[in-house]
Design a protein around this ligand. Sequence first.
Ligand code: ASP
Length: 361
Amino acid sequence: MTDGNVLLIHTGGTIGMKKTDRGYEPTTGYLGHRMSQIDVFHDSDAPGERVTAPSRFGRRVRYDIHEMGELLDSANMNRAQWVAIAEVIAANHDRYDAFVVMHGTDTMAYTASALSFMLQGLDKTVVLTGSQIPLSRTRNDAVDNLLGALLLAGTYSIPEVGIYFSDKLLRGNRASKVDASGFEAFRSGNFPALVHVGVEVDVRWDLVRPPDPGGLQILPITSEHVAALRLFPSLSAEVLERFLQPPIEGLVLETYGAGNAPDNRPRLLQVLKEAVDRGVVIINCTQCFRGMVTDDYSTGRALADVGVVAGADLTAEAALTKLQWLLSRGLTPGEVRHRMTQSLRGELTEPQATPRFRWDG
Ligand code: ASP
């Protein structure tokens, strides 16, 4: 059986941090050194090589490590790093079977979402992982996450951008960070995990998307003028009006429940309408972790009536990165609005695809 061949792209984050005089910091060259001290990352029959021991089916996973120029706490990352990661994947696409991206947890869901849109024609597995406790510490979640990501990527062809954390592979553009310290740091409120790892590895092949045809190309995010705004009961029309002034091009409006906003505040709705009429694309996403934006309530319909687009069950992370990506494509606001309602990478459930039972028939 041939070995799997994976490129580990190290971007920074807690997983590869080392204790320094200034506290934990990402340190160049440290990750490879630390992995070479941990048995599970080596086949004892192949000393000095970066290859895992054979699985019970005899498969080993070889890996090389590529460190990004500057290792970052993911709070310091932005679209420049997203594009740089995509470029490393594209440049090494033909040499490796799959890619594991080691990343800080704070903005991992944004990077995973952004990569899912930018990697047009993806036909190989891309898995982001990280940890809450660094690999340098004796007790950590880093070994399990990194080993799991490496073995999954080197064994299964899941041509998606996923997040592997705490025994689950989630679709990256469906995941959110939900815990600042617990090991189950990521969850996906509206879509099942693609893989559960237990005694057996249970891959939900019925959910895995087929490879994108056409060959890999990077469609980068260049737009910067997108923001999110959380609705709250005393948001004033004046603040909203200022917020929606140029250069803003896209807004993710985080609304209540099933996509509701006050319909008894005409000035607020008027401000939204004026922005839509100027070409600002406004997407309605729920503040809730689970569920989708519907037109069940008149408070939700009021937003649709002023041209706010229902974002179905998009996470805020996916909505922001998708909006940024679409606004980078040279489309008209009307085209961006339309494509925001379509599932391009499995990031949302298109409303008509969800049969809903109603008491009133
Ligand atoms: N602040 C760190 C980061 O996102 C947290 C982590 O990696 O867990 O880079």
